[in-house]
Design a protein around this ligand. Structure first.
Ligand code: HEM
Length: 220
């Protein structure tokens, strides 16, 4: 326990925690975005997929607990790392020229905060049904929940904006997570990140396709 605490107490330890929990999140969003594409196959396909997931009982709950802990650890480590690096340099750089900085890397904190808000709102919207923009919610008919919600322009807009934040977060995060856990050595060409680009674009496009298809009437 003492060793674990000492490891987590270091900046490297926190970065490893961020990397591992980030990879768990990446795995989840890839699977979730693929599952969502079943909307294009009609109500039967997505609703039976949803019923199947719910029928797995303990497995679903185990995954929920793992994901929940991963999100909490990821956020707590991010906040602590930010504080630690600010404390290490209370007076900022007079001239700051990052070696590798993209829109994605500069928006990790704000984009991450937006994603946290998104996840909470999203679960209240589609899982518990506490937020009902269309006034209706069904535990059995996920397809109906999706279609009635995304006919509303501000719901679609909220999801589309959040998915841009997710795409940027993934682009930088997928790349830096493998570096933080030491799987991949420092790159001689840090702007070459083909795999993280592929993951980010795929997940962004797959997620965004659903609200956009409903709003534009392709899926009804
Ligand atoms: C346009 C994008 C998205 C759409 C259309 C969407 C759709 C849905 C739907 C319909 C459900 C309910 C599934 C069911 O009850 O069977 C759901 C659950 C969920 N979604 Fe999403 N989702 C999107 C993006 C995301 C993102 C980006 C994340 C996380 C970063 C996420 C995390 C979750 C979680 C944690 C659940 C709850 C799973 C559970 O425990 O039952 N979703 N989503």
């Amino acid at each position: 326990m003492g060793r674990l605490r000492k490891f987590y107490g270091s900046m490297v330890g926190k970065k490893v925690v961020m990397g591992v929990t980030g990879l768990i999140g990446i795995g989840f969003v890839i699977l979730h975005s693929l599952g969502n594409l079943l909307v294009f196959r009609g109500p039967e396909a997505i609703n039976s997929y949803s019923h199947f997931l719910k029928s797995t009982g303990e497995l679903l709950w185990t995954l929920r607990v793992v994901l929940f802990l991963a999100v909490i650890l990821h956020v707590v480590a991010a906040i602590q790392l930010t504080r630690q690096s600010r404390a290490a340099r209370p007076i900022g750089y007079t001239k700051r020229e990052a070696q590798v900085a993209t829109i994605a890397s500069r928006t990790m904190r704000w984009g991450g905060a937006l994603l946290l808000v998104f996840i909470v709102v999203h679960i209240l919207h589609f899982t518990t049904g506490n937020i009902r923009p269309a006034g209706v919610f069904s535990r059995e008919d996920v397809y109906a929940n999706v279609v009635t919600s995304f006919r509303i322009w501000w719901v679609t807009l909220f999801y589309v904006v959040a998915m841009v934040a997710l795409g940027l977060h993934l682009f930088h995060g997928a790349w830096s997570s493998v570096r933080s856990i030491g799987v991949s050595p420092p790159s001689p060409q840090p702007l070459h990140r083909r795999l993280s680009l592929v993951i980010a674009v795929f997940v962004w496009a797959a997620f965004t396709a659903v609200p956009v298809a409903v709003f534009s009437g392709i899926v009804r």
